[in-house]
Design a protein around this ligand. Structure first.
Ligand SMILES: Nc1nc2c(ncn2[C@@H]2O[C@H](COP(=O)(O)OP(=O)(O)O)[C@@H](O)[C@H]2O)c(=O)[nH]1
Ligand SMILES: [Mg+2]
Length: 225
């Protein structure tokens, strides 16, 4: 079993100390996928990268951000052990049907639907091991300054090629990072695309081979995690 020892504080204490801002941001960590590309050995969010499960790295980044009021982990019947660990370390879990990323996100919105213009959802995948709180804060600042209700954070395709990374989905010359911001309502939302050349947004772990690639990227960029 993994013990969450990096932080002394419990999730409840973190949430209590959070800054109340003009917008209320709920972070939703999507962690209920089948993880087929990783093989059936274990649940992907629990896959350890340099000794720490992927999802813990994401939760650490969200906890380091000072603009998030609530953190919710969306698991499904594909990831029961992830749900167990997350509850044990004091984070809130929402059990989703496991029908697919978009379907389950819609399910969460239908549950959390408020229609309050200042209630914002920040969605993030559990498989971005390099993500940092500072980047999440930067993205939320950009969101505050943009006029659209939703924002997709993407990475230019050429940045992937420069770093020998294989993108999962490509839209023209950009690759969605797995980090999105949207209003907490069930309407179709006009979206701003924020392009950032950041390795932490480009690295996504889908297979065991991706962990090898990650090691190469870290060495090449002199990054220690
Ligand atoms: N709750 C939920 N999460 C999902 C679902 N599908 C994918 N995810 C999560 O979304 C993230 C990105 O999806 P992807 O990389 O395709 O996940 P994979 O199916 O685990 O390879 C991962 O952290 C998944 O756990 C789903 O149907 N429900
Ligand atoms: Mg992925």
């Amino acid at each position: 079993m993994y013990t969450w020892s990096k932080k002394e504080t419990s999730a409840k204490e973190i949430i209590k100390s959070l800054k109340i801002c003009d917008i209320m941001v709920t972070a939703i960590v999507m962690a209920g996928g089948k993880g087929t590309r990783m093989g059936k050995i274990s649940e992907k969010p629990l896959k350890k990268v340099f000794g720490i499960p992927l999802i813990i790295r994401v939760l650490d980044a969200l906890s380091d951000s000072n603009q998030i009021s609530e953190i919710l982990v969306a698991t499904s019947s594909n990831t029961p052990k992830t749900a167990e660990l997350i509850r044990e370390i004091g984070f809130n879990v929402i059990n989703t049907p496991g029908d697919g990323y978009v379907e389950d996100l819609q399910y969460i919105i239908s549950k959390k639907y408020t229609n309050e213009p200042n209630e914002i959802l920040l969605t993030i995948t559990s498989d971005m091991p390099l993500i940092k709180g500072k980047t999440i804060d930067k993205v939320l600042l950009e969101y505050r300054n943009c006029s659209k209700p939703a924002m997709c954070i993407a990475v230019p395709l050429d940045f992937f090629l420069e770093n020998n990374l294989k993108p999962s989905i490509v839209y023209g010359d950009s690759v969605p990072s797995g980090l999105n911001i949207l209003r907490s309502n069930n309407k179709q939302q006009d979206e701003e695309v924020l392009m950032l050349r950041k390795i932490e947004l480009a690295v996504n772990i889908n297979s065991c081979e991706d962990i090898v690639v990650l090691e190469e990227v870290l060495n090449k960029n002199g990054i220690k995690i």
